[in-house]
Design a protein around this ligand. Structure first.
Ligand code: SAM
Length: 406
């Protein structure tokens, strides 16, 4: 295999930058692994959707042919697009050339595809781990305030050598691993792994005001938000509760923002209604000025798109809308520097349903003005180094089943 600089950077970092373009490929497993000293993310647990598809390829084909027969029957009546669908179609047409170019670049990077194709080699079935812990359910019961987490520090980071374990409330409490090492934790006999320099606050939206810092210079300059937008498939699959749009208006973005301003990154699906809502209501109410859009293009391990680019209700891409929220001391210079950043396309193989690739470092590379980052992720399901993860299940992907050797 011809080795090149981009590939060796990718092997170490998980980021592959396509030369002279605004396209990145991310391997979340490699990126996340850099946050751990002793533990490693399990590729087959992260990419289980695609390992499963490969193992059951025969069944997949059958399901496809049955549903395509259905589709053929339905195709008799041509669907006339309503006004909102026409706007969505127009948005898609504008984005399409950029995404096609990004995809072409990926297909030409045969060295990268070879490395990613090898993921399948060490497949380990993850059935047999039993039912996952539901923090959403646990947080709703009357005993929730009584649940505790036991943090087991590898080395005692305090001077008092007896402090190797700490038992503290699980919900509505800031739980931090301030050490440079991974920390193992226990909740109701299950094991969780916390990356270095990370923290979480597990609560319902009703308690989010507890995160507002007393001093605004303790606020955050990078705010990543992945709201539980209402959508049919999350509801049907009962994966997590969703919320009507009006609930997101109450997110205290301004109060979470650092004195010197914050970069706000908001994940949005393809629904045109959401784009209108963000542009006309959400960003203005939060005090966020739109800056640019990044696109997340989803591919399979062989580099092919997860669905047809033109498939109306299942586009193989999502949007990351970027905006700027000014703080009390923010300068306009900071703001105009942001406007110079063009659209970028991030390509990756998706993990579990709605799991987003870790984009914190990439954002800081594109917007260096926000370093050192004081980062918060809202509606998080995992923890990353240097970031506070908030939501009703920020420990979801921290369970030991998602790590190798469990
Ligand atoms: N970014 C996450 C990832 O990459 O895995 C996915 C986030 S998912 C779209 C939305 C999250 O919001 C889910 O974990 C869901 O349980 C959580 N959520 C839903 N309702 C909530 C509420 N009322 N308070 C706090 N979190 C909530």
């Amino acid at each position: 295999m011809k080795s090149n600089h981009e590939l060796s950077v990718f092997i170490d970092s998980g980021f592959y930058r396509f030369r002279s373009s605004n396209v990145f490929f991310i391997d979340p497993v490699r990126v996340l692994n850099r946050f751990y000293a002793r533990f490693r993310i399990s590729p087959s647990a992260y990419y289980s959707r695609f390992f499963f598809e490969t193992k059951h390829a025969g069944q997949e084909v059958e399901v496809c042919s049955r549903s395509s027969k259905k589709r053929k029957r339905k195709q008799k009546k041509p669907h006339i697009l309503n006004e909102r669908e026409r706007a969505a179609d127009q948005r898609h047409r504008e984005v399409k050339p950029l995404l096609l170019k990004a995809h072409e670049a990926l297909l030409a990077a045969t060295d990268l595809l070879t490395v990613m194709g090898e993921l399948n080699r060490d497949y380990v079935s993850s059935t047999g781990y039993g039912i996952e812990q539901s923090f959403i359910e646990l947080g709703r019961v009357w005993q929730a305030p009584l649940y505790e987490i036991t943090l087991k520090f590898n080395q005692c980071y305090l001077t008092d050598q007896r402090c190797e374990q700490r038992v503290i409330p699980l919900f509505n409490n800031l739980v931090a691993n301030e050490t440079a090492d991974d920390v193992e934790a226990e909740i109701l006999d299950r094991r969780y792994i916390l990356p270095r320099e990370s923290s979480f606050f597990m609560s319902d939206l009703e308690q989010i005001h507890n995160l507002i810092p007393a001093e605004s210079d303790c606020g955050f300059n990078l705010i990543v938000i992945d709201p539980p937008w209402e959508n049919g498939s999350a509801r049907q699959k009962s994966l997590y509760p969703t919320l009507p749009n009006r609930y997101f208006l109450s997110l205290p973005i301004k109060q979470l923002t650092h004195t010197e301003g914050a970069l706000v990154a908001l994940w949005v699906t393809n629904r045109e209604k959401l784009h209108n809502f963000v542009e006309k209501e959400l960003f203005p109410l939060w005090g966020v000025d739109y800056v640019t859009t990044f696109y997340w293009l989803k591919v399979k391990p062989d580099g092919s798109l997860i669905s047809d680019l033109d498939l109306f209700h299942h586009r193989p891409y999502e949007y990351l809308l970027l905006g700027y929220c000014s703080g009390v001391a923010a300068s306009s210079k900071h703001h105009s520097a942001l406007r110079a950043v063009n659209n970028q396309t991030i390509i990756s193989i998706p993990g579990d349903y709605s799991r987003k690739p870790p984009i914190g470092e990439l954002l800081l590379e594109c917007f260096p003005g926000f370093k050192p980052a004081r980062c918060i992720e809202l509606f998080a399901r995992e923890m990353t180094a240097g970031c506070l993860s908030w939501g009703n299940e920020p420990l979801h992907f921290q369970e030991s089943r998602y790590f190798l050797g469990d």
